[in-house]
Structure formats: structure tokens, C-alpha cells
Design a protein around this ligand. Structure first.
Ligand code: AMP
Length: 598
């Protein structure tokens, strides 16, 4: 399908043939979205016709048309698949979901019953996803020419592999990618040179990896043309790391020696070859980092940086002001929208404002369907047939919101991802979506996702500690405080104290904070314990009557009194100011909650 050899593309003129080919591929794909989607569906269903899962629906062989597919295969959530996934995890190698063997599980940041969801994938599915990485750079190069003249300081991380009881690898999607030969043995591409060596990226000790990547980034500061991490929260964490460790880093640079805390043999071997004493650079780092003013620090240390490549859509939007502060207003580029379940698409306008970012869905990754979000457009068709009415990729309507549902080569069939997207337009016939929200997520600092039920359970568990003080939680709300790095959960509690002679002490309240953390899901606890990406949970005890004031406030702004519900999460500044003006005491979790690798 791809035939172009010239350097002119529908997106503009590019510098090399490889990039022209990739851009033309995007153009072809988006022009033929409908036909590609039909082909993808037939391919997936034909390939997997003999799986146990599809046989349950008595399809009598492969499905060759969408109508049969839609009428026979149910729309499901992770919970519907859990017993099949458990069997695979326990070592059942029969073709349950996919005819190809499940090569590994991708551990999602979405949770079920408090544990990470396990997404089965095949090698074929993983190979398919690699295409996306190739498509990102040519798009960015259209807007930032000359990226082949320097390097990218990207903070990339892996986690240690774990195995399911049946011996199948379970790890995050990017760990799987960075550990693959696609990444490790990638051919040299002048547009894609990183300052971080593979040795540092592939070290699963977060301190050693971050330290080495930062050290390499500092040593090559003038070559750096772009700075990035996957999510905004991750980039801010490395800035915080620099604030805490610059002295040791400057020492290593001055002396050409490596911090003895870096013990990973392959990192040591690599760094001892490249580290040379550079007192001038060490002095520069000391001058920049020893002051209290960190505004624009990224630009100051890496003066040739053209943009920051970090996802700032969805829950990451809360970090935009802080990123602007540290970067001195560099453009923020959100490139990619993907998940453990499948990859979705890319941002074809990397220079647009964060609030305008839309991802163009690429039809080759999966068969995509969309569940309309308006109650009036019959998410349920009613009557005996209660299967939701889903819309195909090319048929979504601009301005409407949908939940995305995927059928993947890896063995998910009509699976609800849980992301709500709004259609903003089309590129050719492929729709473009703004990420609206993750369904039901109330609080998120990094990749953690806490919903209303999780929070309710945590409050209930923690408030049991108050029983012996004859005290109960009358009402509560919360917000994700991202002013500090790392951010933390703040929970406002209004207490009813029945025995003023025996009120819960600061120590008891701290234990309540810890009890809440113990109740939260494993992604939250891992963020607290292993990654230090989430700070200690805080309970702010507020004056009684404040929740009535909140209700009055909402009613004054038009809420109906009989429909009013206490918002379990607040982010509207006047409401937060009101709550904070009535804080009686504040308490932080005194320790990390329990977490061990799954
Ligand atoms: P995981 O499966 O842990 O990789 O998480 C995937 C989820 O992260 C998606 O389903 C989204 O909810 C969220 N996500 C991924 N990419 C983006 C993006 N570009 N903008 C906003 N949220 C995103």
C-alpha cells in the first residue's frame, strides 16, 4: 500500500525517505480506516475461531461479518474474563483466548479487587505494537527539524519481571518493550539517539537507573535537544531527584568517579569507560542547583531543549503548571495513547496546546468499537436484548463521548477499556479523540487509580480505629495534592466526637492515615513503597458543619437539593479554599503501607 519514495508527504516535506514512508503509511491507514477495521476483525476472528472463548458462543467457524460478531459476542469487562485469565496464569496452555501461545502478561495500572489486571498478550501482538514507535518520530520531526543533530534525554524505566504461578512472565507494557530485542538491538537512527545507555534503562533498581540516566544527561547537556519521560509525574520526579542528589552528581562529574551506591556491574562497567573528570561542568551544576530558584531549571541545564515529551493529558493535566515552572514554558508534547490492552493512536499535532491534544486512532492495532456515553442514546437497547449498542470506529460523531471497547489480536473480545474519549474531528476517515477521563477514577497521582468504592472502603477501615474513642467519620471528601513532589492524597474528615474527654490523639490519626493506605490498591501501595512516586497520605480534620456549607455552596451554584451528593473528590479552588479554611488538624501517614511484588 505504501509506495511513496519522494520526500513530500501529505503532512509536509521531510528530510529522509524512511520518514516519508512512515508518514505516507499513516495517511494510507487513516484513509482506509473502514476497510482496515473490517480486515482486522476478520483476521482476529478467523485466527482465533478455535479458541475456547469463541467456541462458547457457538459461532460455527470463523465470523466473516460484523453483524454476527456484534450479535453473538458479548461486551465484557475484566471481571468477566478473570477466571480464564487465572487459568492461563496458573499454567493452562490450551487455546483459551488465543490460538497463539500467551507469551506474557502485561500488568496494567488498572486494578481489579485491589490487584493489577493481567492482560494476556502473544508475541505477534507485541510485534504489532512496535509499529507505533516508528510512527512517532516522523510526526515530531515535521515540527521540530534538526533532531538528528542531538540527543534525547528520556528517563525510561523497567521493573523487575515477576512470574505467575504457572510460570508466565508478568510485567508492565514498557518493561516488556525495553527488554525486547526491538529496543535493545535497535538500529542506529540519528533521529532517535538517547543520552541514557541501555545499561541504565534496563536496571530495575529505580535509584541506580535514575541516578545514571541523570548523570549521563548532565554530562551531555549541550547535546540534549529534547527531554522526556512517559508521564508528566515521572518527569517531575526526576527533577525532584536532581534537587536531592545534585551534590553527589556534581561530585561524580568533578572527579570522574561513580557514586559507590551504583553497584549494578553493567552500569559500572559502562560508566567507568565514559566518565571523565569535568570540573567546569561540576561547577556549573553546583551553581545552578544550589540556589533556591528552580524556575526554568530544565532550560538552564539543557539549553538546547526544544520541547518536553511527556503525556500531559487525562489525569496528568494536573502537572502542567509545575512542568511550565521547571521548564520555563517549553512546549509540552503528548505523543501517544496506549494501554496494556492495546495501543490506540498518536497525536498528529504535537505542537498544539495540552488542552487541545487529540489522538488519531490507528485502525491496524485492534478492532475498535465505541459505547456512547449519553444516557439518551441508549447505551442499553432495552427489552430482552440488553447488549449495548456500539458504534464502529469510522461512525463516531464529532462532539460525542464514548467508552472505547477493543477486540485484539492478543485475545480480548469486545473488552471495555474504561477510558472515556470525546471525538474532536477526523484525520481522513480515522477519528481523533480527546482523552476525557478514566471511568470512575477519583484520585490519581501517578499511574495509581483510586475509585469511589476504594476510597469508601479505606475510610471505613481506617475509621474503625476511632471506635474506642467513641468517634466516627461524619463525612469525607478528598483531593490529589500535586503541589509537592511527589504528590499525595489529602482526605478531609469531619468527625463526630462523642466523648470530648477522650478524643483521638495525633498518633491515632496517623494510624488512620496508614490504615487508609493499607486499604488502597496494590498500584497505590507500590507507588508509595517501591517507586516513591506518591507521598504519605494526609488526613485533614475539618470543623463540623463544613459539609453542610459545601452543600449550600453547591445549591447556590444551581445544584438541586434533593439530588445533591457530597463530592468524594474536590478540585474546584473555592471549595478547596473553604475546606482548608476550616482545618482543625492535619496528620500524615507515619510509614509506608505493606507491599510486596505480585
Ligand atoms: P496501563 O494499561 O497501565 O498502561 O494504563 C493505560 C491507561 O493509561 C489508559 O487506558 C489510559 O487510561 C491511560 N493513558 C494512556 N495513555 C494516555 C494518554 N496519552 N493520555 C491520558 N491517559 C492515558
Amino acid at each position: 500500500m505504501v509506495s511513496a519514495t519522494s520526500l513530500s508527504t501529505p503532512f509536509g516535506t521531510v528530510a529522509c525517505e524512511k520518514q516519508a514512508k512512515e508518514l505516507n503509511f499513516i495517511e494510507d491507514m487513516t484513509k482506509n480506516a473502514k476497510a482496515i477495521q473490517e480486515k482486522v476483525l476478520v483476521e482476529i476472528m478467523t485466527l482465533n475461531a478455535e479458541t475456547e472463548y469463541l467456541r462458547r458462543y457457538q459461532l460455527n467457524g470463523a465470523i466473516s461479518n460484523r453483524e454476527t460478531f456484534k450479535s453473538k459476542i458479548p461486551v465484557i469487562t475484566y471481571e468477566d474474563l478473570q477466571s480464564d485469565i487465572q487459568r492461563i496464569a496458573n499454567g493452562d496452555r490450551s487455546p483459551i483466548l488465543s490460538v497463539y501461545p500467551i507469551s506474557e502478561f502485561l500488568t496494567s495500572s488498572g486494578t481489579s479487587s485491589g490487584e493489577r489486571k493481567l492482560m494476556p498478550v502473544t508475541q505477534e501482538e507485541l510485534d504489532r505494537r512496535r509499529v507505533l514507535q516508528n510512527l512517532l518520530k516522523p510526526v515530531i520531526n515535521l515540527y521540530f527539524p534538526g533532531l538528528d543533530k542531538g540527543k534525547g534525554l528520556y528517563f525510561l524505566f523497567v521493573k523487575a519481571d515477576t512470574k505467575t504461578p504457572g510460570g508466565i512472565l508478568a510485567r508492565p507494557v514498557l518493561t516488556s518493550y525495553y527488554k525486547s530485542d526491538h529496543f535493545k538491538l535497535r538500529p542506529y537512527d540519528p533521529y532517535n539517539v538517547y543520552t541514557s545507555p541501555n545499561e541504565a534503562i534496563l536496571c530495575s533498581d529505580i535509584f541506580q537507573s535514575t541516578y545514571t540516566q541523570m548523570l549521563c544527561g548532565l554530562c551531555q547537556r549541550n547535546e540534549v535537544l529534547r527531554v522526556g519521560a512517559l508521564f508528566a509525574s515521572g518527569l517531575l520526579r526526576v527533577i525532584r531527584f536532581l534537587q536531592l542528589k545534585w551534590q553527589q552528581l556534581a561530585h561524580d562529574i568533578a572527579t570522574g568517579t561513580l557514586n559507590p551506591k551504583i553497584t549494578d556491574p553493567s552500569i559500572r562497567e559502562y560508566m567507568l569507560q565514559v566518565l571523565k573528570p569535568n570540573p567546569d561542568l561540576a561547577r556549573f551544576i553546583t551553581d545552578e542547583c544550589s540556589g533556591t530558584n528552580w524556575e526554568g531549571i530544565i532550560r538552564r541545564i539543557w539549553p538546547n531543549t526544544k520541547y518536553l515529551e511527556v503525556i500531559v493529558t487525562g489525569s496528568m493535566a494536573q502537572y502542567i503548571p509545575t512542568l511550565d515552572y521547571y521548564s520555563g514554558g517549553l512546549p509540552l508534547v503528548s505523543t501517544i495513547y496506549g494501554s496494556s490492552e492495546c495501543y490506540f493512536g498518536i497525536n498528529l499535532k504535537p505542537m498544539c496546546k495540552p488542552s487541545e491534544v487529540s489522538y488519531t486512532i490507528l485502525p491496524i492495532f485492534a478492532y475498535f468499537e465505541f459505547l456512547p456515553q449519553e444516557p439518551t442514546s441508549s447505551t442499553l437497547s432495552g427489552g430482552i436484548d440488553s447488549s449495548p449498542q456500539l458504534v464502529d470506529l469510522v461512525d463516531v460523531e464529532v462532539g460525542k463521548e464514548y467508552e472505547v471497547v477493543v477486540t485484539t489480536y492478543g485475545g480480548l473480545y469486545r473488552y471495555r477499556v474504561g477510558d472515556i474519549l470525546r471525538v474532536t474531528g477526523f484525520h481522513n476517515s480515522a477519528p481523533q479523540f480527546q482523552f476525557v477521563k478514566r471511568k470512575n477514577v477519583l484520585l490519581s497521582i501517578d499511574t495509581d487509580k483510586t475509585d469511589e468504592a476504594d476510597l469508601q472502603k479505606a475510610v471505613e477501615n481506617a475509621s474503625e480505629l476511632l471506635q474506642e474513642y467513641k468517634t466516627s467519620v461524619v463525612d469525607y471528601t478528598s483531593y490529589a495534592d500535586t503541589k509537592s513532589i511527589p504528590g499525595h492524597y489529602v482526605i478531609y474528615w469531619e468527625l463526630l466526637v462523642k466523648d470530648p474527654e477522650n478524643t483521638p490523639s495525633d498518633e491515632v490519626m496517623k494510624q488512620c492515615c496508614l490504615a487508609m493506605e493499607e486499604s488502597l490498591n496494590s498500584v497505590y501501595r507500590q507507588g508509595r513503597v517501591e517507586e516513591n512516586s506518591i507521598g504519605a497520605l494526609e488526613i485533614r480534620v475539618v470543623k463540623s458543619g463544613i459539609f453542610e456549607e459545601l452543600m449550600d455552596f453547591a445549591i447556590s451554584r444551581g445544584a438541586a437539593i434533593n439530588q445533591y451528593k457530597v463530592p468524594r473528590c474536590v478540585n474546584f479552588t473555592p471549595i478547596m479554599e473553604l475546606l482548608d479554611s476550616k482545618v482543625l488538624s492535619s496528620h500524615f501517614s507515619p510509614a509506608c503501607p505493606h507491599w510486596t511484588p505480585e
